[in-house]
Design a protein. Sequence first.
Length: 407
Amino acid sequence: MIRVAFLPLYTEAWDSLSEVYERMRKDERFEVRVFTINRKLTGDTEFHGQLEAHEYLNSLKVQNTMLTSVDELKVFAPDYTFINYPWQRNYEEQYRAEELVKFTKLAYVPYFLLPMVTEPWDVGVAGHYYRQRSHQLASLIFTQDRNTKRAFKLTERGNKYVKFTGSPKIDSLIKRARKVEKSARNRYRIVWAPHHSYGPLWLNFGTFAQMHQQMFAFAKVHPEVDIVFKPHPFLLGTMTDRGLMSQSEVEEWVLAWEALPNTSTNTESDYVGLFVNSDMLICDGISFLGEYPLITGRPAVFLEREDHWAFSPLGETIAATSVRFKSFVEFGHAFEKLRAQGLPDRSEQIENFMDEAIPFPRKAARKIIKAVVKDFDKKMPLIDASRMIETTWEQDADARRAAGGAL
């Protein structure tokens, strides 16, 4: 019997793990349990969110245990602990990779769609995709594309423990989109999903601080259009943490937005139905840029900063599926035409993207399970964290931050 724990810090992306969990749960070779913990996101002053994660998983009929201490996880004695979130600073110390590898093997499945950007100081795949401490200490890593697997070969450990399986999240998104019933609507619906990344040291795709008032004004002069604000979970905390807006400015804007008759805010983790039952997605990056065409077969509207980190070749393929604008003003001038005539045809670009993004259609979870069984049979020892001393992405990032930047 192989004991497997699922520890999804980023429960909003439970779909990155859900099919693996469901298949293991029904497989007599496995004993599985799901655990929830607190987290601290950008702008948060303390760790929180465990109850919300617990209730969300319950709503999906996923039984889960709210951990009060890592000792409870140790009692379960998992052979493998699956995580879907690599950044260790968002975990309480007792649940970080350094502590977990003392008693369990880590298996990492990325919560995000695909590696879309390169870092300004690197060549090729960005370092945060393969050089974090969680990558260094994992016994198994499951990657969605060949280039990321090749990048791991540049590290001291190499890439034998990295398995090219495709993305169970993509499989899940497409499967669920096919089951969504389209609602009867007589009003045009826009989903506006701004990203949280600001500053030259971290992605730099965000536009909310520059255009939130413009979007508010747009909503006021288009009362016949419903606009759903779908912020990244980090967004509003980033505004205050980076000094881009004060807490009072954020609160005043949110109250004003929610007071309009044609606007709303959606913070639910499951957004597939929202996307299917929309006419347009406006985003500034990154994952939704690819997820929207996968879910709906339509292009996203991309408000693109000139100074964002460069796209990877795959990122360029994804961006090519979108309708790109350099500013909200430029979009505003084009909106009536887009509404009247529909979004431009990007079917060929979307097909090209899907060819790259889905190397093994509907097989990612099965490939992951097969790799776990094979690894278990090898009876490999636990990772010794003290022997993994190669410089990590976090250490490089801390050095850049100390030199005058912010992440």
